[in-house]
Ligand binder design. Structure first.
Ligand code: EPZ
Length: 422
């Protein structure tokens, strides 16, 4: 297994260009199933998760060409089966996002039950509640979930989500596109990735309004055609580099990003004393000089609240500032496992339930630590950049799933990070 060796690195300085969003491109690729015509998606990041989604589309009969780096031409004209196999779904739980499009296009979908992961049980009850509301029969058997549309196809309905689930909103929106009549998703997720998906579907001929608010209206249409679309920049990658500048007391120009998508991160960094300014191509983050950086409390919430995916990178930063910070994780039930790893590096963090109390200004020391999820892995790299000695991070496949050219981008701004095979 590969691991990262991270050495104490001076302030990171320079420019970093943000890639297309992992959490936008996966639902966009799944949505191409709805069309019999070719779709072209640009700014596709080179990620292992994208490779798995490609394999799923190919496995059900899709044809995929890539004329140039970052551009995928996806032709789902000839779907041979409506089943996503175990070995693919078990490698990436986001594979479940094909269910809504398959059900909408073929009237049937059979997907292996996506497992939980280290951050939580990751149930799919809200996805299934939505499919059933649209008239589908749900059969759970041998760890497979099958959804079967009624004769005449799915019918539009009003659906209330008990929690503004990103995946459930995306899956139900996709299933509703070709349904008979109008669907309302209430208490919908409002993430930018939902808006990106709705924009793509509307380019394909869907009739969706309200994406980005808590109520999304989908008027069913007969069919949708092909379309071209560019993936929005990855706001979580952008936030990770904002924190990299902050924790190393550096200055970074973060390009090809949408400042509006990272407002909570900007607000909290400013509260800590970091300068964050709009630049003509993104954001300029400056934590340099002998400025005093102070504690800030964060509480993760669905968008537009503070993003759960930036909770762990922000916590790494909080271990280095003056004062005590409170970090509350409200989105996932088990997303504080990086606390134990940071404490092994000399941090002083106490947890009680979903709350962590971070005593700042600790001198971190390099240690052998484990990436427990994609973002916790990035958080440990950030901590390693300021810890004395060498930090050895294992289970880095998590990180490489979701950050394009991770070591290249970090080394280009002065990080001392090396990928080695164990
Ligand atoms: C998406 O996951 C992202 N993944 C996650 O990013 C992100 O952390 C999460 O949204 C929240 O923003 C992708 O987009 C591929 P949810 P998703 O459904 O859709 C509960 C990363 O690091 N829930 O909004 O799975 C669930 O248990 C990853 O890039 C139900 O109870 O998130 C969780 O507590 C990690 N029933 C909460 O909702 C359901 O049917 C949020 O989950 C669905 C969800």
């Amino acid at each position: 297994m590969a691991k990262f060796l991270v050495q104490k690195s001076g302030p990171l300085n320079g420019e970093v260009v943000i890639s297309g969003a992992k959490n936008a491109v996966l639902p966009l690729m799944a949505a191409t199933i709805l069309s019999e015509e070719e779709c072209v998606i640009s700014d596709v990041p080179q990620l292992k998760d994208v490779d798995v989604m490609k394999e799923i589309l190919l496995s059900i009969g899709g044809k995929i060409k890539s004329a140039e780096e970052g551009v995928l031409s996806i032709d789902m004209g000839n779907i041979e089966k409506w089943e996503a196999d175990y070995d693919l779904v078990s490698r990436m739980r986001a594979s479940f996002l094909v269910m809504g499009s398959l059900l909408g296009r073929c009237g049937r979908a059979k997907v292996y039950m996506p497992g939980g992961c280290t951050i939580g049980a990751r149930p799919i009850d809200l996805h299934l509640k939505g499919f059933e509301a649209l008239g589908a029969e749900i059969i759970v058997k041998d760890n497979f979930i099958e959804a079967i549309a009624p004769e005449g196809g799915l019918r539009g309905e009003s659906i209330y989500l008990d929690f503004p689930s990103v995946g459930a909103t995306e899956n139900i929106m996709a299933a509703a596109v070709l349904a008979e009549g109008t669907t309302y998703i209430e208490n919908a997720a409002e993430e930018p990735e939902i808006v990106d998906l709705a924009n793509f579907l509307n380019k394909m001929g869907a009739r969706i309004k309200g994406a980005g608010t808590d109520t999304i209206k989908i008027e069913g249409v007969e069919r949708v055609h092909g379309a071209s679309h560019t993936v929005i920049p990855d706001r979580i990658e952008a936030g990770t580099y904002m924190l990299a500048a902050a924790i190393t007391r550096g200055t970074l120009l973060i390009k090809n990003m949408v400042p509006d998508h990272v407002k909570p991160i900007t607000a909290k960094l400013r509260e800590s004393g970091v300068t964050v300014e709009l630049a003509d191509e993104g954001l300029y983050v400056d934590a340099s000089g002998d400025r005093k950086l102070v504690a800030a409390d964060i509480k993760t919430l669905p968008y537009p609240g503070f993003p759960t995916d930036i909770q762990s990178p922000f916590m790494s930063f909080l271990t280095t500032v003056e004062g005590s910070s409170t970090v509350i994780e409200t989105v996932f039930e088990n997303r504080l496992m990086h606390v134990a790893e940071l404490n092994r590096m000399g941090a002083n963090i106490m947890t009680e339930g979903n709350k962590a109390i971070v005593q700042g200004c600790k001198h971190l020391e390099g240690a052998q630590v484990i990436a427990t999820d994609l973002r916790a892995g990035a958080a440990l790299v950030l901590a390693g950049l300021v810890a004395s000695g060498t930090t050895e991070i294992s289970e880095i496949y998590h990180i490489e799933r979701g950050y394009e050219k991770f070591t290249e981008k970090f080394r280009a701004i002065g990080a001392n990070i090396m990928r080695v095979e164990e």
